[in-house]
Design a binder for this molecule. Structure first.
Ligand SMILES: Cc1ncc(C[n+]2csc(CCOP(=O)(O)OP(=O)(O)O)c2C)c(N)n1
Length: 633
């Protein structure tokens, strides 16, 4: 930590644990101000979710002064707003390593600290996990422990939250804090968000209801049925007289809304909740980006920021290429619709929204719904394109099988951030989609790695009239790949299938078959191998599935007799492209005269380590590739 930190962050320097925070008797507002400064200074360097954290400084302080972790459990939904919690719980001195390989995670992570009770990263899981933790406390007889879930109004657009609320046993004493800041990443959407701001407590009503119910239940024989009858009559009267309150209707004690950036209001509400002895919802309103003018004015931009000073390339990102191409395709075809699950910016769909607002749908953080909704559109003649990050598409597995593929509906899945992703860590790798899409009958999978082939794949997918997936990495095309596989407009007028760098008539010692951005590792490995006197050729797949078709197309590129075929991917090995192609080859007896290995992440999650790239950790770096080849030829 820099020398001048002591003066700048005088109060914060004395807080090294939740205990220190409880004993702190200075001015809370000054401490909150220092925490904000600390966040801004660090997150500008590391990158990360700045605006969300600036909004929950008072809440995080209050939580740790009123409750005691790890005895009590606090789960931050998504976990992107848990930075202040991390600072308070002993991770201030390593905060500069946030999101760096080997550093602290940008989300709550078990194993990183005993104060992180549950791993997060994907949205809307907090209440389900909290119910599990609270039930376990109950089963163990540890009823004096509290379980708290902190949920943003964006996360409330996810269905799991409502499934969990529906399953909330009244005796769990759960405390659910809803942080309403009117934002998801962009402006929050949907009827729940609209109505949340109208919800007010009707505490008098809730109390009367509880007392009446208790009194009636005590009357022998008649009591319980009569109580149920009266309750249902009362409910109708209440709905007519009072404004309906979703939470009270679900049997939760509701407190709010309160100013979540006013420390004392938050602290009072937490003490109040602690005393209730039943499930409580505290509804707070906060300002996303609070205390940092640029973030207050544009919270969407500061939701997740890159480290400052990082020079962006002039080339468009794959997301931008996708968004622009889809927008132009939709100009000519009025059936094309675009769907996002709260990621309009991230998936590059903003130009589409601008140009074709009627056919643009942001469904909230609701990937399963996005997919079945797309299936519905397709069933009624439209050509829906759902753009979803690979890691979040995992949520919609059954929707893809049951609603899209089984009915062979023409839905195009545009799978962004496919492959290994660095700073967000293991929760955000997109390394399962190839495996789970591979097993789905009738699914076509494209894996473009240049802007032009992404455009071509999108066009083919949208007009093919069947379910299709186009997967592409974060970032942008690399000139080296374009030169090696597509130099001099080699793609002109050709259908997508595969490209190779093998000169005509040559049979290499080693053939590397790969797809996606990891081809750069293969190219580096090839240089290493050639230095060792081994001839290496690379085939870059643009279309993976149907696999039998791809296997046939690969035949002209096979290595010399007894040479090595190495299937390389950054996707999980089990059920992935390497295994599927091996199966296709074996069924036709094509592998008999070659050695054959698959190099892919296997049976382990890829956790970034200090000083190593994700490819190193996954065992698929250029060095791993070259070593594996040399060992096998
Ligand atoms: C399943 C899933 N889909 C999408 C995301 C990407 N994402 C991260 S944070 C976020 C917005 C969350 O909004 P909210 O819960 O209101 O929190 P805020 O940042 O506004 O405090 C989204 C969409 C995710 N983490 N998980």
């Amino acid at each position: 930590m820099p020398e001048n930190s002591k003066e700048k962050f005088g109060r914060l320097m004395s807080i090294n644990s939740p205990e220190d925070l409880k004993n702190y008797d200075g001015d809370i507002e000054i401490l909150a101000g220092e925490i904000r400064e600390f966040l801004i200074e660090n997150v500008s360097k590391t990158g990360g979710h700045l605006a969300s954290n600036l909004g929950v400084v008072e809440l995080s302080i209050a939580l740790h002064r009123v409750f005691t972790t790890p005895r009590d459990s606090i789960i931050f939904d998504v976990g992107h707003q848990s930075y202040v919690h991390k600072i308070i719980t002993g991770r201030k001195d390593v905060f500069s390593t946030l999101r760096q390989s080997g550093g602290i995670s940008g989300f709550e992570k078990r194993g990183e600290s005993e104060h992180d009770c549950f791993g997060t990263g994907h949205s809307s899981t907090s209440i389900s996990a909290a119910i599990g933790i609270a039930e376990a406390n109950r089963l163990k007889g540890e009823n004096d422990r509290f379980t708290i879930a902190v949920v943003g109004d964006g996360a409330f657009t996810g269905g799991m939250i409502h499934e969990a609320l529906n399953n909330c046993d009244p005796h769990l004493k759960l405390i659910i804090i809803i942080n309403e800041n009117e934002m998801s990443i962009s402006k929050n959407i949907g009827h729940f968000a609209e109505n949340l701001s109208k919800i007010r407590t009707s505490r008098g009503y809730a109390k009367t209801k509880r007392l009446t119910r208790r009194a009636l239940s005590r009357i022998p024989l008649l009591g319980k049925p009569f109580s149920r009858f009266v309750t249902s009559v009362k409910k109708s009267i209440k709905n007519a007289v009072y404004r309906s309150n979703y939470f009270e209707d679900l049997g939760l004690y509701y407190i709010g809304p309160i100013d979540g950036n006013n420390y004392y209001q938050v602290e009072n509400a937490l003490y109040n909740a602690k005393e209730q002895g039943e499930n409580v919802v505290i509804h707070i309103k906060t300002k996303k980006g609070k205390g940092y003018e640029p973030a207050e004015n544009d919270p969407g931009k500061y939701h997740s920021m890159s480290p400052e000073g990082k020079k962006a390339s002039d080339k468009p990102t794959f997301s931008e290429v996708f968004g622009r191409k889809l927008t132009s395709l939709a100009e000519k075809d009025e059936k094309i619709c675009a769907i996002t699950a709260a990621m309009c910016d991230g998936t590059g769909l903003c130009p589409f929204k601008e140009a074709h607002g009627e056919r643009f749908f942001d469904v909230g953080i609701a990937e399963p719904h996005a997919l079945t909704f797309a299936a519905g559109l397709a069933a009624n003649g439209m050509k829906p394109v759902a753009a979803i990050y690979s890691t979040f598409l995992q949520r919609g597995y059954d929707n893809i099988i049951h609603d899209i593929a089984l009915q062979s509906l023409p839905v195009t899945l545009c799978i962004d951030r496919a492959g290994l992703n660095g700073a967000d860590g293991a929760t955000h790798h997109g390394i399962f989609d190839v495996a789970f899409l591979s097993e789905i009958p009738g699914m076509t999978i494209y894996a473009p790695v240049t802007s032009k082939t992404l455009e071509m794949a999108l066009e083919e997918a949208v007009i093919c009239g069947k379910p299709a997936a186009v997967r592409y990495a974060s970032g942008r095309e690399d000139e080296r790949v374009v030169n090696a596989f597509y130099g001099e407009n080699k793609w002109e007028n050709e259908a997508l299938s595969l490209r190779s760098d093998i000169p005509a008539g040559e049979k290499p010692d080693v053939l590397i078959v790969t797809y996606g951005r990891i081809v750069l590792e293969a190219m580096e490995a090839k240089e290493k191998l050639e230095k060792e006197g081994k001839k290496c050729g690379i085939v870059l797949l643009e279309k993976l599935k149907p696999y039998d078709e791809t296997a046939e197309k690969l035949l002209p590129y096979m290595p010399k007799k007894n040479g090595l075929i190495l299937m390389l991917e950054e996707e999980i090995r089990a059920g992935g492209c390497g295994m599927m192609l091996t199966d296709a080859f074996e069924r036709k007896g094509h592998l008999a005269s070659y050695k054959h290995i698959i190099l892919a992440p296997n049976e382990s999650f890829v956790i970034p380590q200090k000083g190593e790239t994700v490819f190193d950790v996954a065992g698929v770096s250029a060095k791993h590739i070259a070593d594996a080849c040399l060992k096998n030829i």
